[in-house]
Design a protein around this ligand. Structure first.
Ligand code: ASP
Length: 314
């Protein structure tokens, strides 16, 4: 059995301590740990990295603490439009869903599309119909809505009317997972509501293979969070994999170079989790915080929101 490893994120941002109550911070860490447990249980049992990343992302989609599934951001019309993708590093097969208004767990639909093989990317009504046809749960818009997102949208509208900038925290969030399984295969999955007050029909980086999500066996798996337009332009996931594969950079150097050097001049919030072929983990971010967690190849599990890192039991 080779090494196994898992890393997750629940989005990065300014995340001031007073933006959530101590109970909410604790709740977010609790749900990060639950996501780690769900993913790690798969890997520990010798299961595929694909199942592990899907399981971890489903837990975070179901949690109100993160901007994906239940608790997703609202667009400019107060509508949830959800993006997600998954990629198998072993085969380079991938599935992606854009602007779904109804799929309860968009990552499950992305996985079903990958397995169906009829397309890599489906959007809007067609994506929702595909999920329903595959027997996946669909929900009314109200399922995805939380008070926090309603307030964030109102705050963004106020900023827009006043011509001021909202904080990254009000704008962003995403969930994602990357894993290395016992067979040496890598996988990545990402799911998001995008950002509050985003344009109707806007698709971010999360479902764009190579940008917000990328996995290639022997190289690395990457899931990003941050202003998606820049992740698309810099093709962040593939860029990191290219530096590892062709420049022979170690994963931490490659990931850090993209987040803290290439993206830096744009002054956008950006972060990611990545796992390498040997189970090495990188989780750089350029904001004051990022919801994150990881399990190292020696089986130790950690979650964090800001600098303080908490060890958790699996
Ligand atoms: N990357 C996501 C998007 O642009 C948002 C985020 O992670 O903050 O849709």
């Amino acid at each position: 059995m080779t090494k196994i490893a898992l890393a997750i994120h629940g989005g990065c941002g300014v995340m001031p301590e007073n933006s959530m109550t101590p109970e909410e911070w604790e709740g977010a860490r609790h749900d990060l740990a639950a996501a780690l447990r769900a993913g790690y249980a798969v890997l520990k049992a010798g299961g595929p990295a694909l199942d592990a990343v899907e399981a971890a992302v489903v837990v975070m989609e179901d949690s109100a603490h993160f901007n994906a599934g239940h608790g997703a951001a609202l667009n400019e019309h107060g509508i949830h439009e959800l993006d997600a993708s998954i990629m198998d590093g072993a085969t380079l097969e991938a599935g992606a869903i854009g602007t779904s208004r109804a799929i309860r767990n968009p990552v499950k639909a992305a996985r079903a599309l990958m397995e169906d093989g009829s397309a890599v990317f489906l959007v809007a009504d067609a994506a929702d119909r595909f999920a329903e046809a595959k027997g996946l749960a669909v929900e009314p818009q109200s399922y995805f809505t939380t008070q926090k997102r309603v307030e964030a949208l109102a705050a963004m509208k106020t900023h827009a009317a006043a011509g001021t900038e909202g904080t990254e925290n009000e704008k962003h969030g995403t969930v994602g997972a990357v894993a290395l399984d016992a067979a040496g295969h890598l996988a990545a999955a990402t799911s998001t509501g995008g950002y509050n007050n985003k344009p109707d029909g806007r698709v971010g980086d999360s479902p764009v293979i190579g940008a917000g999500t990328y996995a290639r066996d022997g190289v690395c798996a990457v899931s990003g969070t941050g202003k998606g337009e820049y992740f698309i332009r810099y093709v962040v996931g593939h860029e990191i994999a290219s530096r590892v594969a062709y420049l022979k950079q170690d994963l931490a150097t490659a990931a850090d170079g993209v987040v803290n050097h290439d993206l830096a001049p744009h002054h956008i919030g950006a972060g990611l989790v990545a796992v390498g072929a040997e189970g090495e983990i990188a989780a750089p971010y350029n904001t004051p915080g990022m919801f994150r967690g990881w399990v190292t190849p020696d089986g130790k599990a950690f979650v964090a929101t800001h600098e303080t890192i908490y060890e958790v039991t699996l």
